[in-house]
Design a binder for this molecule. Structure first.
Ligand SMILES: [Zn+2]
Length: 422
C-alpha cells in the first residue's frame, strides 16, 4: 500500500518536487577538481540559468546570477520585523561517477524488494541498503544504473524551489523575507569560499543537502589535507651501488608505518577521526603521498596530523640522504564551533521538523557541507535532510515522499521565523 505523506502540505508539494528533480538531473553539472574559474564547468551555469528563469516565473524578485555562477533571488516577507533567512542548495554533482546522460527512473509504490536497474547490472539490494528497507510504499527515483542520479544536491534544489513556489502562491501564509541561493562547486570544496555573504544579506541560512528524513546537522568534520613529498636520490640502476636512495620504497615504508586497523576511514565510525591516504605516486627520485585528515575536534585533528608528520619524518630520517616535506592545509572547520553561538538557528530547524511530524535527529556528518565554511565566515548555516541516499554512486536514489517532506519542512521553517518578528 502506498505510504502516507508526512502531512497534507507534503502531499501537495510532492508532484512539483518530483517534476523539478526529473528536470534538473538531466543537465550534467559535475564539477571539476581541475578548478580554473567559478563555476568549474559550464553545465552548472546552464542549470543556474534555468533556475533563475523559473524563480522569476514563480514571482521571486532580483533573480540573477553573479559573476561566479551563484544564482540568487528574493521572496519578500509579509510580516514586519522578522530576520531575513536563506535557503541554499548546490548546483554541482560529484566528479566521482558519470553525471552525463542521466536517465532517472520513477518506481511508484516501492514493494521493498531488490530493484534491478536496466544498465550495467546495477542492483539496489535492501539487504545491503538498510535505508531502502524503510521506504516500502514510497515512490522512489533511481538512475538507470550507469550514472549518478544527482539528487545530491538537485533534490535540495527541487525542495527549495517547490517551497518558495508554494509560499509565493500562498501570500496568506506568514513568512519572513527569504533569500534563495544555488551555489556552484560544493563537491570540490570551492563554492562557499566565493559566496557573497554581504550581498546575500541573510541573518542565517539552511542548506538542503542532507540525507535521511528527519535528520538535521549542526556538526561536521573539521578537516585538513596533508601531502607528504619524499625526495630520494635517483641514479641509473646499473650504477646505483651505494648511491640510489629510492623515494618510492621510502613511501611504502611510511604507508606501512601508519596505523592500519585504527584511524582509517574503514575502521572508524561515529565521532572517531581518521587519516585517509587517497593517492600515492612515486618514482625512485620522488614520491608523493596525499592524505586527508578528519575529526570532529580540532585538538584531536592536530594530533592526527602530528602523528602523520612524525611517522613520515621518522621513516625518512633513517636515510640521511633522503628529504621529506609535509604540506598541511586546513580545509574546513566543524560548523558547531560557530553555530553554538546562535542557538536559535538550530532550534528553528528542529521546530520546523517537529511541525512536519518528525522527531529531529541531530546527526554529525562525517564530511563537510557548504555550511561548514559559511558558518565560519559569519553566516550560521546548519543542514537539513533531502531524502536522497547513496550519494556519489550509480546506486544513488531518492524517496519522493521524503523529498516532499523536506520541501514542507522549508515551508514550516519560514513559518517559525515569521513568528520571530519584532
Ligand atoms: Zn551535496
Amino acid at each position: 500500500m502506498t505510504a502516507a505523506f508526512s502531512s497534507e502540505l507534503a502531499e501537495g508539494l510532492a508532484d512539483d518536487v518530483l517534476d523539478r528533480l526529473l528536470r534538473y538531473v538531466r543537465i550534467d553539472t559535475q564539477s571539476d577538481r581541475a578548478y580554473a574559474q567559478s563555476p568549474s564547468t559550464p553545465g552548472q551555469l546552464e542549470l543556474a540559468r534555468l533556475l533563475v528563469g523559473e524563480l522569476d516565473a514563480i514571482g521571486l524578485e532580483e533573480a540573477a546570477i553573479d559573476g561566479n555562477g551563484f544564482a540568487t533571488a528574493t521572496l519578500p516577507g509579509n510580516v514586519d520585523g522578522a530576520p531575513v533567512i536563506g535557503f541554499l542548495a548546490h548546483l554541482d554533482t560529484s566528479p566521482d561517477e558519470s553525471g552525463a546522460g542521466v536517465e532517472p527512473l520513477v518506481h511508484r509504490d516501492y514493494d521493498g524488494g531488490v530493484i534491478a536497474l536496466p544498465r550495467n547490472g546495477t542492483v539496489l539490494d535492501p539487504e545491503h541498503m538498510p535505508e531502502l528497507t524503510a521506504k516500502r510504499g514510497h515512490d522512489l527515483v533511481t538512475t538507470s544504473g550507469d550514472t549518478l542520479l544527482g539528487a545530491d544536491d538537485k533534490a535540495g534544489i527541487a525542495e527549495v524551489m517547490a517551497a518558495v513556489a508554494y509560499l509565493a502562491a500562498h501570500p496568506e501564509v506568514p513568512r519572513p523575507t527569504i533569500r534563495v541561493c544555488f551555489s556552484p562547486d560544493e563537491e570540490i570544496g570551492e563554492g562557499a569560499k566565493l559566496f557573497d555573504i554581504d550581498a546575500f544579506g541573510a541573518a542565517c541560512a539552511y542548506t538542503f543537502d542532507g540525507s535521511e528524513a528527519g535528520e538535521f546537522t549542526d556538526e561536521t568534520f573539521t578537516a585538513a589535507g596533508a601531502d607528504i613529498v619524499i625526495h630520494g636520490v635517483d641514479v641509473h640502476p646499473g650504477m646505483a651501488t651505494g648511491k640510489l636512495v629510492n623515494a618510492a620504497r621510502l613511501a611504502g615504508r611510511v604507508l606501512a608505518a601508519l596505523p592500519q586497523d585504527r584511524l582509517t576511514p574503514e575502521s572508524t565510525a561515529d565521532r572517531e577521526g581518521f587519516i585517509h591516504v587517497h593517492s600515492v605516486e612515486g618514482t625512485a627520485g620522488r614520491a608523493t603521498i596525499r592524505t586527508i585528515v578528519r575529526d570532529f575536534d580540532d585538538d584531536r585533528l592536530a594530533e592526527h596530523v602530528a602523528l602523520l608528520v612524525e611517522t613520515a619524518e621518522g621513516v625518512v630520517a633513517t636515510e640521511p640522504r633522503a628529504r621529506v616535506a609535509v604540506d598541511v592545509k586546513h580545509q574546513y572547520p566543524n560548523m558547531r564551533t560557530f553555530l553554538d553561538a546562535h542557538p536559535t538557528v538550530s532550534a528553528a530547524a528542529e521546530e520546523a521538523l517537529r511541525r512536519e511530524g518528525f522527531e529531529p535527529r541531530r546527526v554529525p556528518i562525517r564530511g563537510g557541507t557548504d555550511g561548514s565554511i559559511l558558518s565560519a565566515r559569519g553566516l550560521p548555516t546548519p543542514n537539513l535532510f533531502t531524502g536522497g541516499h547513496d550519494y556519489h554512486s550509480v546506486r544513488e536514489w531518492a524517496s519522493v515522499h521524503d523529498m516532499a517532506s523536506a520541501a514542507a519542512v522549508a515551508v514550516r521553517l519560514a513559518g517559525v521565523w515569521a513568528e520571530r518578528s519584532g
